[in-house]
Design a protein around this ligand. Structure first.
Ligand code: SF4
Length: 308
């Protein structure tokens, strides 16, 4: 027996000795050429043993034929249970299956792809739909208010009187919800906000190498467009500088880059002083420095013109 993987339990002697019987069963199932050497056996239970044979199929390297044999209590004859091909420890097998939702990575979505969001996605929570409220001028609203002018109560189908917001107040709530972007089926939950903020902060945050080397932060940059309608506006904005690596991206207000609008104010060009025309004083000019021994002689304009 070679490379046996016999378990600690003692195998049934007759079943363990039925190697040739098991081989014949494997050959009968898959053919002579596909069955290799006997690799060992496993004890499956009382009087139940599985014999392993190498497979010679090149496509199944490391796999082995598993032939399970057994015998009845007090019986001398070993019988065949089953013959299957199983992967061994060295077998090349497919990796464990992972659901697509766990395999998906940012950027995998292509044109035309659909990515359904789970109904219970924790990144989202219900927005203000107004479905629970009748339209301010609808018949239903009038029925509910039951003609009780000036009172903030409505009559439920059960006949109970319940407090409700006045019509105008409900209309205002709906319009404010629309204005804040809450008039959608679902909006970002606090978890969704935090996850987005963490992601953006990681890519375009204060700790990035670009921000560390920046002369100033985005909060003071003229190219930063503030976000609106979200608490995220307190920490993030949008970069609109085409020369910045963050152009069109959400940036932390503590981020920054060398293209900051005030980073390099160009110095004003130096304006040379206008030439001075001095026509009132005389300027000494040596005409013959060699005759005067190199000394500078003062001369008048008349001397210089030869009228001495
Ligand atoms: S140009 Fe640079 S500093 Fe200005 S908003 Fe964009 S990333 Fe921030």
């Amino acid at each position: 027996m070679s490379a046996a993987t016999t378990r600690s339990r003692t195998p049934d002697r007759l079943c363990a000795e039925a190697v040739e019987f098991a081989r014949h069963a494997a050959v009968a199932a898959v053919g002579e050429t596909a069955v290799g050497a006997h690799l060992g056996l496993d004890v499956e239970g009382d009087r139940v043993v599985t014999h392993y044979f190498a497979t010679t199929e090149k496509a199944y390297r490391g796999w082995r034929w598993a032939v399970t044999v057994t015998r009845a209590a007090r019986a001398k004859q070993v019988t065949l249970d089953e013959t299957v091909l199983l992967p061994g420890p060295e077998a090349l097998i497919a990796p464990e299956w992972v659901p697509w939702s766990e395999r998906l990575r940012p950027g995998d979505l292509g044109p035309g792809d659909l990515l359904p969001t789970e109904a219970d996605d924790l990144r989202l929570e219900p927005g203000y739909s107004g479905d629970d409220e009748p339209a301010p001028n609808s018949v239903l609203a009038e029925d509910r208010l039951s003609g009780i002018a000036g009172e903030d109560v409505a009559i439920e189908p059960s006949g109970d009187r319940v407090a409700v917001a006045p019509e105008t107040e409900r209309a205002e709530i709906a319009s404010v919800a629309d204005e804040l972007g809450m008039g959608r089926a679902r909006v970002l939950s606090r978890l969704g906000l935090n996850l987005a903020a963490d992601r953006w902060e990681k890519e375009f945050g204060a700790h990035s190498p670009m921000a560390q080397a920046a002369p100033a932060a985005c909060v003071s940059c003229g190219f930063m467009v503030p976000l609106g309608g979200s608490s995220l506006s307190q920490a993030f904005g949008v970069c609109s500088n085409e020369f910045s690596p963050a152009d069109g991206r959400i940036v932390s207000l503590a981020y920054g880059c060398g293209a900051h609008s005030e980073a390099a104010v160009m110095p004003a060009p130096v304006v040379p002083a206008p030439p001075v025309l001095d026509e009132l004083s005389l300027e000494p000019l040596p005409l013959h420095p060699d005759r005067s021994g190199g000394s500078v002689e003062e001369s008048t304009p008349a001397e210089e013109l030869g009228h001495s």
